[in-house]
Every structure is written in C-alpha cells, then in structure tokens.
Design a protein around this ligand. Structure first.
Ligand code: NOJ
Length: 536
C-alpha cells in the first residue's frame, strides 16, 4: 500500500493562509511559519495552489512563468524553505501543474500575438479563423466554464480558444513544443523536492480534432462533461502515461519521497465513474478528485450511491473532498455547521484519502464579498449574476477579536479579501480553547482515523443495516460510522451499532442519534469487519 492511498492532504490557497511581511497578502514564508498547524491537525501532506508569477486574472491559475515564484508570495528560496520545513515535519508537498492554459501574459502568447496567423508561434495555442462572411463569428459554439463564449478575437481577425477566462488561452497539446516544455516544468519542480502534482483541469488538455460544435446544455450537468468535444479525449491518456513514467523514474533529491512514492492527482471534472477510472489506471495518475461526493446532496440514498459508485473500479484509489478553493464552503452549502461537521465525520470514516481545504477545519462559512472587492473572473464573465468563489478564499482567522485576526499586520482594508467582522469565535486560537470546536473535532477525527486505518483503503466500506431512509451506517475495519442526515432523532437501540462511541459531530445522549449528526464507534472485536455483519 502507498502512503497516499489513505492520506489526509490539506490544501493551502497561499494568498489567504498567512501573511509574513505585512502587505496584507498571504505568502510562502507565512505558510512555512504556520505548517505546524497542519502537523497538529494530523495531515499527511500539503497541496499548495499556484504560487507562480501570474497577473491574477484567475487567482494564480493564469501562469506567466511555470518555473518562477510570484513576487507577492516570495522567492525561490522561500519555496525551498517551505519544502524543507514540510519534509522536516513529515508532510509531503504537492504543487499545482496548470497545463491546459497559460496566462495571456506568458511570453508564448505574447509571441503568438506578435507573430500573426499561420506562424509557428500560434501553433502553441488554438488560434482559428472565425465563421461568418467576415469571420466575425467564433469558430464554434464552445462556452467558457466561466460563462460566455470560449473564444476571443484578436485584432488581426483570428480567434483563440479559452475554456476559462479570456486571459487564459488554451494550449495546443498536439504541439511537440508544448509537450516538451511541460516535461521540463515537471522536472524542475521534482528537482526542487516536491513529492507530487495536482493537475489542473486534467480532463481538458486535448480537444476533439476539427473542434466540432458541442451543442446545447454545456456546463449545465457535470455528469455529461465526458461527452463534450473539449473534455475527456482519448489523447489525454498517453500523455499521463508519459508523465507517470517520468515521476516513477526521475531521481529524487534528499528529503523528497522516492520516485515510486510520488503522487499525481487529476482535477478532472468527469463524474461518470467508468470514465474517471481511465485517469487512474495503474500507469497513469495515482488519484483523481472525486467531485461527485462534494456535489452530492445531504441525502442518504444519494450519498450511498456516490460512495458505492466511487468504489466501482476495483483497486482504484479513492479520494474524498468536501471543499476546495472552488466550492461553496460546506457550512453554507449544507445549510449549517451542524451538517458540515457530520459530513466531515462521514468523509473521514470512508476508506481512501481525504482532501481538506484550509478553513474547513474551522467550520468557516462562505463569506459575503462586497462587489468592489470581488476578484473572481466569474463575476464579470457571468454578467454580474455569479459572485464566484471568493467567499471561500477569505484569509484565515488565526487569533484575536477582530479582523485581520492574526492573518497579517496590515489593516483589514488591505487584506487579500475582506474578512467578516464576526469571526472572533472561529479563530484557530479560540477553537483550540474550546473542546467542542470544529478544529478540535477535526483533530480528534484525524487522530482516530490514523489509529484505526482501513484494512484496504481501496476497498468499499461494509454497509451496516439501518432503519428508515435517513441513516447511513458502515464500518471500515474497527471504525464504525453512523450518520443521521434526517431531521428526526433515531433511537440507538434501533441501530444496534457495534463497538463503543468515541466521537460525535454534535453532543450525544445515550439514547438517540440526533438529526444531522454523525457518530463514530470503535469495535475492538473486529479489525476487518465481515462482509455482512452477523449482528444485523
Ligand atoms: C480549476 C482551479 O481549481 C480553478 O480555481 C481554476 O479557475 C480553473 N481550474 C482554471 O484553471
């Protein structure tokens, strides 16, 4: 078994994590100084979102130099220090690889614009003539995932494709030059000691030959994503095999994991388990984010269907996540902190690995961002109908009674995004003092999870019978989890759960499993859990 199969990986969005130099923007030294927080939480790894030079048209996912470090975040030696500190603490380091698109300020794109139609420089991107008598219409009907057409016209009349913001031109992955350059990027970060990569929009790099129309209903149902001509193309897989071979063999510097222990995780918004499984074949990616779980409603049948579907591919490594810098925070999405805490215990009891996003362990709600501070390109591209993802990217509250809550020495008016005024009780310090806090719940859950590992993280949990439609009950080895997603308390006698209670997401009494509550028990009699528990 590999370490990442049941890891807990903590995602850091660096501009909102901790600021060390007082400019109001979180930075790499701030991350290094606070890595203890992750260690104390019980994380195994840290994934840090892009810290490369970027005009910030999309929060750093518009990269102008793949081997550099953004000035506001630090320097190359700050990356080295962060890496060394992570390794010293026993944390693996995963960094973002963003291969689908560059920034429009990347030298390649600037060269492509300057060189004009038909040039070799344009071959790195997807430039095409338009449709209509004067080429005034986009080359096809593709829509950007951020709203509006996926094409922008340049002054010489050609159009270029961008599946996200116009400032993020899509690369042409059939170009040898692009392919070779990214091999160099992977080598660069491996040489600096990273232990793995999270691959951004890993389902989008190749577009169907001839760029055919996609038809109606784009970006409306993620379960149809794999049917789009700009997603999930077969050519992706030889590329991922190439990268996997590189990861498996490229020598590791001291401190980093051995090549065979590296991890590459696909951010592929492909929901159909059979299609997603193709990304994680033994010689491709190690993992793929399981967005179906994040998207599932607070409903027992749906959650169970998603869990079962996630294990549909025998031997595949399963991932779980409830939040990320792109998702509405679970407290807000599920409608209450109470549900978010229950969901956390559900997730952390499942076999497989879990990704946490900074602030999830504090139970932060989605913040309201005043219109004049919105950074997310979704706001503009949606014609001001979607406020976007900034509400999940607000600086973390560390300590103190008022903003900026120990995040920075800068005044609150200068923080990366504004923090709400009522987060004093949500700071790390305040939650450490409160035995019932969400932070303490996560810490205890991670401790228990580690103490009682799944016998096989790739094998599904064993479902236990439960009355009614609202309770999910299962075991992974000695750890038993029951979640009541309904609004009515369920008598514990009707559940007859094996083992003794060790943790609850809400205060428990002896008689019932309350509404929106998860309970963990340890059953020392079983470290495996028979396929069908004879007690039920
Ligand atoms: C997924 C990233 O997580 C998101 O933040 C970004 O906007 C898109 N990919 C485009 O890079």
């Amino acid at each position: 078994m590999s370490w990442w199969q049941d890891m807990v990986c903590y995602e850091i969005y660096p501009r909102a994590f901790a600021d060390s130099d007082g400019d109001g923007v979180g930075d790499l030294s701030g991350v290094t100084a606070r890595l203890d927080h992750l260690k104390d939480l019980g994380a195994d790894a840290v994934w840090i979102t892009p810290f490369y030079p970027s005009p910030l048209a999309d929060g750093g996912y518009d990269i102008a130099d793949y081997k550099g470090v953004a000035e506001d975040l630090g320097t190359a030696s700050d990356v080295d220090e962060l890496t060394a500190r992570a390794h010293e603490l026993g944390l693996k380091l995963i960094v973002d690889l963003v291969p689908n698109h560059t920034s429009d300020r990347h030298p390649w794109f600037e060269e492509a614009l300057a060189a004009g139609p038909g040039s070799a420089e344009r071959e790195r991107y997807l430039f095409r003539p338009g449709r209509g008598a004067d080429g005034e219409l986009p080359p096809n009907d593709w829509q950007s995932a951020f709203g509006g057409p996926a094409w922008t016209r340049v002054p010489d009349g050609e159009w270029y494709c961008h599946l996200h913001a116009a400032e993020q031109p899509d690369l042409n992955w059939r170009s040898r030059k692009v392919r070779d350059a990214f091999t160099g990027v992977l080598r660069h970060w491996l040489d600096r000691g990273v232990d793995g990569f999270r691959v951004d929009v890993a389902h989008a790099l190749f577009k169907a030959e001839g760029l055919p129309d996609a038809g109606p209903g784009q970006h409306t149902d993620p379960w149809r994503n794999h049917l789009m001509p700009y997603y999930d193309q077969d050519e992706l897989h030889p590329l991922y095999r190439e990268w996997r071979a590189l990861l498996d063999t490229h020598p590791a510097p001291p401190g980093a994991v051995a090549p065979e222990d590296r991890v590459m995780v696909a951010e592929s918004a492909v929901f159909d388990p059979a299609r997603l499984a193709r990304y994680i074949r033994p010689d491709e990616m190690h993992q793929a984010f399981n967005f179906a779980f994040l998207e599932a409603d607070w409903n027992a049948a749906e959650l169970r269907r998603v869990v079962d579907g996630s294990f549909a591919v025998p031997g595949a490594a399963v991932t779980w996540l409830l939040s990320s810098h792109d998702a509405v925070r679970p407290v807000t999405r599920y409608g209450s902190l109470r549900r978010a805490r229950a969901a956390a215990l559900l997730m952390l009891a499942l076999p497989g690995s879990a990704y946490l996003y900074q602030g999830e362990e504090l139970g932060l709600p989605q913040a309201e961002i005043p219109v004049d501070r919105i950074r997310d390109p979704l706001w503009e591209r949606s014609g001001h109908t979607e406020r976007g993802r900034d509400g999940a990217r607000v600086p973390l509250p560390w300590s103190g009674e008022e903003a900026p809550y120990g995040f920075t020495k800068a005044p609150p008016s200068r923080t990366w995004l504004p923090q709400p005024g009522d987060w004093a009780a949500l700071t790390v310090d305040a939650q450490l003092r409160d035995p019932d806090s969400t932070l303490r719940l996560y810490r205890e859950a991670l401790r228990l999870r580690r103490a009682h590992p799944a016998p096989d993280p790739a094998a599904p949990p064993t479902w236990l019978s439960a009355p009614g439609d609202d309770v999910l009950a299962f075991r992974r080895g000695a750890l038993v989890c029951a979640v009541n997603v309904g609004s009515t308390p369920v008598p514990l006698t009707s559940l007859a759960l094996p083992g003794h209670p060790v943790l609850g997401s809400a205060p428990l009494d002896d008689a019932v499993l309350p509404a929106d509550t998860a309970l963990w028990l340890i059953d020392p009699l079983s470290s495996e859990g028979p396929a069908d528990d004879p007690r039920h």
